[in-house]
Design a protein around this ligand. Structure first.
Ligand SMILES: *Cc1c(COP(=O)(O)O)cnc(C)c1O
Length: 412
């Protein structure tokens, strides 16, 4: 019953929100650090110093991109670790002072945030998760209303991995700064603001001064860098405890021998993606709009999940609200997972919601949070484009998708 079209020879990889291939330039930058400059950065002899200098250089490069001080960067093994460090690091500092901290976040965060908060509830913390609207945006006022005297941390993702909504980070930061000003006068606790920027690092501005955040998490594997690499930006003055104890690396905040090739690779990946992002965003946005228009034309009753793409001529405005590479649609009557497997047989890789939940059949918490029914959520499929995506790829995908869906609907 499958349409008699040949599977694509090229892998049409449309799951860049799950992970990206490592850029060959990143692989090349890492190459000397496996077996030439292999010393332990803590060692005092030349080999060690060379490794340690390479890390310092990376830290400087990254700090320029983030517009922060080099010493405010902590290299980690991925975004999950950076997020855990941010959340537990801040919370445990207060718990150690026998305080019962309150944390505010949103219902659409990645599980790295949600499960960390869940675990902290067992450690005398209280947590408020804010609703989002039907497009997946959090309302700054709702966060403000949830603030209590014991609130110490607000964590809101920069961009959502499932539906691509871009949250108003700078506005939230301004609101928190206003609250903190009053608190300083009253000698109250300062609220810290963390953002999970794992999905944003490839396409959005990471200037922490403009964003106004105190903590920011990034990973390498979503920006054509190596897996298990990442970093946490921590503004100086943020009171903070480590979650990994040992040899005292990374200013005692992340012990363990540094992943030197990984740090070099992450840095190169960040440099490349930030340098190309404006051009690449425009290219991807065009491809996305083409793909969506074709889907709307060829697949009856398909709906777009997440921010609706406005007709506004204000490009700037559009970028502020939705990642350019991300499309999540619901197709009534079609199981996302079933469709995904059919696409796989044509050498097309897509995803249903976030990869981390795809082993379970629970409907996506993000789609439920934007008001979709469990059925709509299970009928959803996500395409996230990347550097290798071409218009010809998308033409092929539309052809396969529309005929597979046509055949599947005929069977029902
Ligand atoms: C991928 C992702 C993470 C986790 O990153 P890892 O590198 O898998 O640890 C966290 N948050 C968001 C938004 C992500 O997309």
């Amino acid at each position: 019953m499958l349409p008699s079209v040949k599977p694509s020879k090229k892998l049409i990889y449309l799951d860049h929100a799950a992970t990206t291939p490592t850029d060959p330039r990143v692989v090349a930058a890492m190459a000397p650090y496996w077996n030439q400059v292999f010393g332990n950065p803590s060692s005092l002899y030349k080999q060690g110093r060379m490794a340690s200098d390479a890390i310092s250089k990376s830290r400087n490069t990254v700090s320029k991109i983030l517009n922060c001080k080099p010493q405010e960067i902590i290299f980690t093994a991925g975004a999950t670790e950076a997020i855990n460090l941010a959340i537990f690091g801040v919370a445990r500092n207060f718990l150690a002072q026998k305080k019962k901290p309150h944390i505010i976040s949103t219902k659409i965060e990645h599980h790295a945030v949600l499960k960390s908060l869940e675990a902290l509830k067992g450690e005398s913390c209280s947590v408020t998760l804010i609703d989002v609207d039907k497009d997946g945006f959090v309302d700054v006022k709702k966060i403000e209303q949830a603030i209590r005297p014991e609130t110490v941390l607000v964590s809101v993702m920069y961009a959502n991995n499932e539906i691509g909504s871009i949250e108003p980070i700078a506005q939230i930061a301004r609101m928190i700064a206003r609250v903190n000003e009053l608190r300083i006068k009253d000698k109250g606790l300062r609220i810290y603001f963390h953002t999970d920027a794992a999905q944003a690092a490839g396409s959005l501005d990471l200037n922490v001064e403009k964003l106004g955040v105190d903590l920011l998490s990034i990973n390498g594997s979503k920006i054509y860098g190596p897996k298990q690499t990442g970093l946490l930006y921590v503004r100086s003055g943020v009171n903070f405890k480590p979650i990994i104890y040992g040899g005292g690396q990374e200013k005692n905040l992340r012990s363990g021998t540094e992943n030197v090739p990984g740090i070099i690779g992450l840095t190169k990946a960040l440099e490349l993606s930030q340098k190309n992002r404006d051009k690449e965003n425009i290219r991807l946005e065009k491809l996305r709009n083409y793909f969506l228009n074709q889907l709307f034309k060829k697949v009856p009753n398909i709906t777009l999940n997440g921010p609706q793409i406005s007709d506004s001529k204000n490009r700037e405005n559009k970028y502020l609200k939705r990642l350019p590479n991300s499309i999540n649609v619901s197709i009534p009557g079609i199981e996302g997972e079933e469709l995904l497997l059919y696409l796989d047989s044509y050498n097309i890789a897509a995803s249903t919601g976030s990869a981390c939940t795809s082993e379970t059949t629970d409907p996506s918490h993000v789609l439920l949070a934007i008001g979709k029914s469990p059925e709509d959520a299970n009928n959803s499929i996500r395409f996230t484009m990347g550097q290798a995506t071409t218009k010809a790829d998308l033409e092929y995908v539309v052809k396969i998708l529309s005929s597979v869906i046509y055949e599947l609907r005929k069977l029902r």
